[in-house]
Design a binder for this molecule. Structure first.
Ligand SMILES: [Zn+2]
Length: 279
């Protein structure tokens, strides 16, 4: 949990970004992508012990606040993306949350909620999700499995959690130990497919748990490799004029400062790409 503050402090020291507190998401909006019963039970604290175990955090009022703020941040980043071309949330990317249950430290699927909210407003019809966390975006894949207007793409490590994979529209799985070169060439194969879909908005789950130092990741990416990954994604979104929403996702390096640096680099790269473009 300490990485969230570290990332914010690193970016604050850059003196470039203006931060806004995330507002709590309205439970009615959360229920656009989740079973209303699941939403209610989580908010009330009445989920079963096994459902809480699957999420992985003990239930508390603080967890409820944090969870709603995390979704609220992605909703605000979505509005920024629609207005300015891109927006970011220094949390979110909770892609293991399914429609009716949470898992793997994910309670609600902030990206799925944001897409359903945009569509409920008639703002977009087609959306894409590029999930580059080292773990498969299984909850996201399940939520949109039968939805032809949402492209779900996951590039992950085959042997990692979740051990029972779901079916994204596009899945690319890498072997243990894959490095920058293999990773970036896989990304290069995927990016044209993202834009061929002609999404009206692109959500980027920018997990950095593919880093070599990550305790859960099993890949061997470097900081430079991750920066190049981010640059290619953002430059492509910019070139195609598709609004981009950046969410954090996973990262569990030991020491955790290595993860925080990689997350901060994602936002620094966004600054370079989108600021240069604007000027
Ligand atoms: Zn992950």
């Amino acid at each position: 949990m300490s990485k969230y503050r570290l990332v914010r402090d690193l970016l604050d020291a850059d003196r470039f970004f203006r931060f806004e507190c995330a507002r709590l998401a309205d439970p009615g909006i959360v229920a656009l992508a989740h079973d209303p019963g699941y939403v209610r039970q989580f908010l009330e604290g009445s989920l079963s012990a096994s459902a809480i175990r699957r999420i992985g955090f003990p239930w508390s009022e603080g967890l409820v606040t944090r969870t709603l703020a995390s979704v609220g941040g992605t909703l605000q980043a979505t509005m920024d993306a629609c207005e300015y071309g891109w927006g970011g949330n220094l949390a979110g990317g909770t892609h293991h949350a399914f429609r009716g249950e949470g898992s793997g430290f994910c309670v609600f699927n902030d990206i799925a909620v944001s897409i359903e909210w945009l569509r409920s407003q008639g703002r977009v019809r087609r959306a894409a999700i590029l999930d580059l966390d080292v773990h498969q975006g299984d909850g996201t894949a399940q939520i949109f499995e039968h939805d032809a207007d949402v492209l779900t793409i996951s590039l992950h490590c085959r042997s990692n959690f979740p051990f029972r994979k779901q079916i994204s529209k596009i899945d690319v799985d890498l072997s243990d130990g894959a490095g920058d070169e293999e990773y970036l060439s896989a990304l290069d194969m995927m990016l044209p497919r993202v834009f061929a879909f002609e999404p009206e908005i692109l959500y980027y789950q920018s997990g950095v748990d593919g880093l070599e130092s990550d305790s859960l990741g099993k890949l061997a990416l470097t900081h430079a490799g991750l920066k190049e990954r981010d640059r290619r994604v953002m430059a492509a979104a910019c070139a195609h004029q598709v609004p981009l929403v950046v969410t954090l996702g996973g990262g569990y390096s030991n020491p955790i400062q290595l993860t925080a640096e990689a997350h901060a680099n994602t936002f620094r790269t966004a600054q370079e790409i989108f600021f240069d473009h604007a000027t």
